[in-house]
Ligand binder design. Structure first.
Ligand SMILES: Nc1ncnc2c1ncn2[C@@H]1O[C@H](COP(=O)(O)OP(=O)(O)OP(=O)(O)O)[C@@H](O)[C@H]1O
Ligand SMILES: [Mg+2]
Length: 504
């Protein structure tokens, strides 16, 4: 045992020799994990390494085939989520588990609502005042009474965090909570984690952003292909070492920006307005250009993308594609005009989870592989296999149902789908969310290639190094307005943050 756990004491959590097989996949092979009391333990590995599977077994959401779990030194059987909860384990799932039509507060208290004096009734007054306190403590602006389906992805993530951390648990698992958060929420999350740690809570923290590991974690366990690779004190690790342990080889993870030749204006947006959401949005993007859009959560970046894509109605404004005004009222109109949107929310907008990788890949461009209304199956298979190879999608076959893929690999299928549409304007909304370091640089390379082919790219990202690394030009948004524009050469984190906070 290393220094970070209190020497001589029993670990809070021990998972011993856990194995798990799915048809065609050995998800876990003899993996062990030990977490001390009041320890923040990072669980790291590439997409599909088995991190979520390990945690689902701990949370009683999946059963392990072999292995043993000990809590505070005693062997336990965790055969249901309720059992895990009774043992003081709570988990923030990578894929949200919120009830969309219930409010934030109701979700936070789901299954343990405060009771009113009248039997059978919920004490909503207490429910909302307590849940609002929990939300406020997280430092986010959000109404506890707002239905979850009206909240942004980042806000939904904060609801998940509030729900898990308000339960007085002994062990909290956070499966990529930071993937959707920007700096502000991230700071609040880290402050919360440190506070929980001070209260003696043990945390398992999963993230693909390695700098976070150095900021908040005590120890790290690294997995590769369903195997345990190493467990070390974070202070004895470097970023390069972690990457090497994760991928099994050295990896240059620098952002390989190649500026492409820029052509004529591919997309021009003029006077875009949506009452209360977007105010006078004007910009253009050229063929071969990568236009970054930075901003904090709620700045209106996703809303801008959705408006251009016809997913949300607009009150006024014009959109021109290749110099011609176009009418876009629905996503179908956008696709017909060569505009594609790679969304951050793969569950709701990106994929049909119950369908195979193959079907999802060709979903947005069926006409390209159909004759007389019939899908040419050989072509469809060929296309799907090509993208599986190009994007290194980890799946036993293209016939696998998408919901059985790991989170990062699902995101790659979303990308494949849009690449296959051959769009002339591609909007990427948080394209590398949940994608591991190796696959990230593959996606950047792909963007370079698309730009070289003359595709105009709009990239919305909350990761400043990514926006600064990949964009030719950066727009910054704040509260539904564009507050500034920076050229690649002039952009600094400070300037972007200044504009993103309204320039104060
Ligand atoms: N229900 C399932 N059916 C079949 N295969 C599954 C299922 N759940 C997970 N897998 C497979 O198990 C492996 C491990 O997946 P897991 O979700 O644990 O990865 P992960 O480390 O969390 O990856 P990511 O960083 O992408 O979230 C993957 O190959 C995945 O495709
Ligand atoms: Mg996962």
């Amino acid at each position: 045992m290393t220094a970070a756990t209190t020497a001589g004491t029993v670990p809070m959590l021990e998972m011993r020799n856990i194995s798990k097989r799915y048809p065609g996949v050995r998800a876990l092979d003899n993996v062990s994990l030990s977490v001390g009391k009041a320890e923040i333990h990072a669980l790291l590995g590439e997409n599909g390494a088995g991190k979520s599977t390990m945690m689902k077994i701990l949370a009683g959401a999946q059963s392990g085939d072999e292995g043993e779990i000990l809590i505070d030194g005693s062997t336990v059987t965790i055969d249901s989520p309720q059992k895990a909860m009774d043992l003081g384990i709570s988990i923030i799932y990578q894929e949200f588990n919120l009830v969309p039509y219930l409010s934030a507060g109701e979700n936070i208290f789901l299954g343990r609502e405060p009771r009113a004096k009248v039997p059978g009734f919920v004490d909503f007054k207490t429910l909302y005042s307590v849940s609002q306190q929990v939300i406020d403590k997280l430092g986010v602006k959000m109404d506890a009474r707002a239905p979850v389906n009206t909240l942004s992805i980042a806000q939904q993530q904060m609801v998940e965090i509030a729900k898990a951390t308000s339960k007085s648990s002994k062990i909290i698992v956070m499966d990529e909570p930071s993937a959707t958060l920007t700096d502000h929420e991230l700071k609040a999350l880290f402050a919360l984690m440190r506070q929980l740690k001070a209260e003696g809570v043990s945390i398992v923290y999963i993230s693909h952003r390695l700098e976070e590991v150095f900021e908040v974690c005590d120890r790290a366990t690294i997995m590769r292909d369903g195997h345990w690779v190493a467990t070390k004190d974070v202070k004895d690790l470097t970023r390069d070492e972690i990457i090497k342990l994760m991928v099994g080889r050295e990896l240059k993870d620098a952002i390989p920006k190649v500026a492409a030749d820029q052509g004529s204006v591919a997309l021009k947006v003029t006077g875009l307005n949506r009452t209360g959401v977007l105010h006078d949005i004007n910009f253009e993007v050229r063929k071969g250009e990568v236009l970054g859009i930075a901003g904090l959560v709620g700045a209106g970046r996703t809303e801008t993308a959705r408006a251009i894509f016809g997913a949300d109605p607009i009150d006024s404004g014009t959109i021109e594609v290749n110099g011609k005004a176009v009418k876009i009222n629905t996503p179908q109109d956008a696709i017909a005009n060569g505009i594609g949107l790679v969304t951050e929310d793969r569950k709701q907008q990106g994929l049909i989870l119950g369908m195979a990788v193959r079907e999802n890949t060709t979903l947005a461009n069926l006409s390209a592989i159909s004759s007389l209304g019939f899908i040419r199956q050989k072509d469809e298979k060929g296309i799907s296999e090509k993208y599986r190879g190009d994007l290194a999608i980890k799946t036993p076959s293209i016939e696998q149902t998408v919901q059985n893929l790991s989170g990062g690999n699902q995101q790659k299928v979303v990308l494949a789908k849009w690449l296959f549409t051959g769009s002339k304007v591609l909007i990427f909304d948080e394209p590398t969310r949940g994608i591991d370091v190796g696959a990230k640089s593959e996606i950047y390379k792909l963007m370079n290639e698309l730009a070289a082919q003359g595709v105009a790219i709009i990239m919305i990202s909350s990761e400043l190094p990514e926006v600064m690394g990949m964009s030719d030009r950066i727009l910054v948004m704040h509260e539904g307005r564009i507050t500034g524009e920076l050229n690649r050469a002039d952009a600094t984190q400070e300037k972007i943050m200044h504009l993103a906070t309204g320039g104060e």
